[in-house]
Design a protein around this ligand. Sequence first.
Ligand code: WQD
Length: 334
Amino acid sequence: MKILVTGGTGFIGSHTCVELLDAGFEVVIIDNLYNSKADVVDKIESITGKKVSFYKSDCCDEDALDKIFNEHQIAAVIHFAGYKAVGESVAKPIMYYQNNLMSTLALCKVMAKHNCKRLVFSSSATVYGNPASVPIHEDFPLGPTTNPYGTTKLMIENILRDILISDDHWSIALLRYFNPIGAHKSGLIGESPNDIPNNLMPYIVKVANKELPYLHVFGNDYDTPDGTGVRDYIHVVDLAKGHVNAVEKVLNSTGIDAYNLGTGNGYSVLDVVKTFARVNNIEVPYQIDPRRPGDIAQCYASTDKAYKILDWKAEKGLEEMCKDSWHFLQMTKK
Ligand code: WQD
């Protein structure tokens, strides 16, 4: 059975392709390589020993999508492709709205044309905006979002709900990620943004590797145990396995539902910095800077629903996430 993975050479997409192949699915990737490299396809094939079909194309290009569906019998789609940096989205809203919305509309239009109506959508915990309390449950109010990135994710969730209302043959899973970090144990795939990282862990890794002088800690005056931002960091391999379970779910049902994919544990920026330094026995210099626009104090998941309905829960802890992130960097230096 073939699964189309948009953004499949990206950080979460590539790890999901590995787990899909290991679970016995065939994988077709479309990616424009805006934030990833083509050699990730070779690494996915090397890890799994299986072949992947790869199309270097943009998901906003309906003709490119049409070509894929003409050449492959796609059973379901996992839609990762999109810009995903909270901070960057505040500075570049038009780029985010145009790319994230237009790619999704093009994809759904072509899927419907080819009668492929099984979709797993890469949503985000940012759709909850600044939650009134934590842990966050899926039935919490959505929004108001605090940045354009999160707003695109919420808009797309609403678009997908409207598509289902128009045609109840659709089966859609909205996966609300918390903070994916870590890397595959092989060290062959991981998070390697093409420029200065926006996200915490890839920035820490570059500081540890002396590519950047120190980490800017964005604020230590939040209402959290140590004043720095608290997030639910989840190992990217755990997250990838959750997508396989979600694909099984959409292949065997109709309707739409949202699921938190997190660990249920909240860690502060300084927790991550200190854990990374300790388990890898390396220094991570940092300085406290002002808050970053669009950031919230705390965000971590209630994980009950994914466990009950998707039969999935995260298994890896922060120490393993930090070790695997550093191992990936060391492997890329070889
Ligand atoms: C984490 C914490 C920052 C960088 C992410 C993804 C987004 C979405 C939601 C999936 C915050 C602090 C960061 C730095 C810092 N995930 N920080 N210095 O903003 O929670 O959003 O999760 O859909 O795609 O971006 O993640 O890693 O940017 O920040 O102090 O250099 O680290 O303030 O508290 P964020 P992040």
